[in-house]
Design a protein around this ligand. Structure first.
Ligand SMILES: NC(=O)c1ccc[n+]([C@@H]2O[C@H](COP(=O)([O-])OP(=O)(O)OC[C@H]3O[C@@H](n4cnc5c(N)ncnc54)[C@H](O)[C@@H]3O)[C@@H](O)[C@H]2O)c1
Length: 334
């Protein structure tokens, strides 16, 4: 069997590649990634130790090459995307290119080959926008509030249109915030852990009372595998952990676990149109047998341990000129 994974050098993708390489030893795993700033070459060094891992450096927007590569694959899991909301607010073009056009290229490739029996499209709860109380269902209206979530919503609608028009075997997952090993230190939890380890100030948007549901990345990998066989084409599955935390509570817990003082917390101006709370119902996936293995606390313990042990991995990113430029421009006062 051949399984293609796009964006497998990024955060969730790389966790999923190692999960699948270990579980499907007989399968050939194709990892297709452009290696943008979000991918760390040190991640590939680790993945390359799996004998069934095959890395292909490629832009998913390159339609002809993608068609050639996906022909013969049975399962495709599509993670590749531009993913950082803050960067989308600075310049949305790459988001439209990769998240929308790139998804279109993949859908076209699937339409043309007969080999694909399951296409799993990785989306986000951010497509629903913010909700003050209660939770969104899969049928709820899409109401994205920033260019990242708008590009993801556009891709979701395109996927559903390809199911209806061409009957491609697509399922969509809309997951809540993931955390765990191999996440880029521009994101909230890894930035907080690594800044704390370096005794640096930690930026916190606004009052820090934004609410997110956090799911440990291992649980997301398990959901995706369940959908290989049990997912019904044309369906959307919300994936939640039901573990809501405010950003400030998450940050205080990280500092406590690392034995650092709360004085490191530095309130910075809030992000424009910052969604206050995300929340989704995920009964549909739970009916297929999914239950989280990890509590937020257990996942955070493992994540912190990983960042402590793998300083070379994240320092490779944080010391890069790209990251330094990005960080200085974003937080000139830190
Ligand atoms: N991280 C989360 O909390 C979260 C939650 C829900 C959904 N998602 C979705 O999951 C997916 C993965 O998210 P992540 O946080 O792991 O992202 P990430 O930014 O860590 O990784 C993205 C990967 O895609 C690759 N990529 C970008 N553009 C590409 C292109 N044109 N061609 C080929 N590869 C390209 C990058 O090199 C990188 O390796 C995304 O689709 C995201 O929208 C993420």
């Amino acid at each position: 069997m051949r399984i293609a994974i796009t964006g497998g050098a990024g955060f969730i993708g790389s966790n999923f590649v190692s999960f699948i390489c270990k579980k499907y030893r007989q399968a050939q795993i194709l990892n297709i990634d452009k290696m943008t700033y979000a991918a760390n070459p040190l991640t590939l060094q680790i993945l390359n130790k799996f004998p069934n891992h095959n890395f292909i450096k490629m832009d998913i927007c390159d339609g002809k090459s993608i068609e050639g590569l996906l022909d013969g694959c049975e399962i495709i899991v599509h993670f590749a995307a531009e993913t950082h909301v803050d960067r989308s607010l600075e310049n949305a073009e790459n988001f439209l290119m990769t998240d929308v056009l790139g998804t279109f290229r993949i859908l076209e490739a699937i339409r043309k080959t007969k080999s694909v029996r399951r296409y799993i499209h990785i989306s986000t709860d951010e497509v629903y926008g913010s909700i003050q109380s209660g939770s969104f269902l899969e049928e709820s209206n899409l109401n994205p509030t920033n260019p990242y979530s708008a590009s993801k919503a556009a891709a979701d609608l395109l996927v559903l249109s390809y199911f209806r028009s061409y009957n491609i075997p697509a399922v969509i997952i809309r997951a809540t915030n993931n955390f765990g090993p191999f996440q880029h230190p521009e994101k909230f939890i890894p930035l907080s852990i690594t800044n704390a380890l370096e005794n640096k100030k930690i930026p916190l948007y606004g009052d820090g009372l934004q609410v997110r549901e956090w799911i440990f990345v291992h649980d997301t990998c398990r959901v995706i595998e369940i959908l290989f066989d049990k997912g019904e084409p044309g369906q959307v599955y919300n994936v939640s952990s039901h573990q809501e935390r405010t950003n400030i509570d998450v940050l205080k817990r990280i500092l406590k676990l690392l034995g650092k003082k709360e004085e490191l917390i530095t309130h910075v101006p809030d992000r424009p149109s910052h969604d206050r709370r995300y929340s989704i119902v995920s009964e549909k996936i739970e009916k297929l047998g999914f239950k989280t293995d990890y509590s937020f606390e257990k996942g955070l313990d493992e994540t912190i341990l990983w960042y402590k042990k793998n300083q070379q991995w994240w320092k490779h990113i944080k010391n890069s000129p790209e990251f330094q430029r990005y960080y200085k421009a974003k937080y000139p006062y830190l």
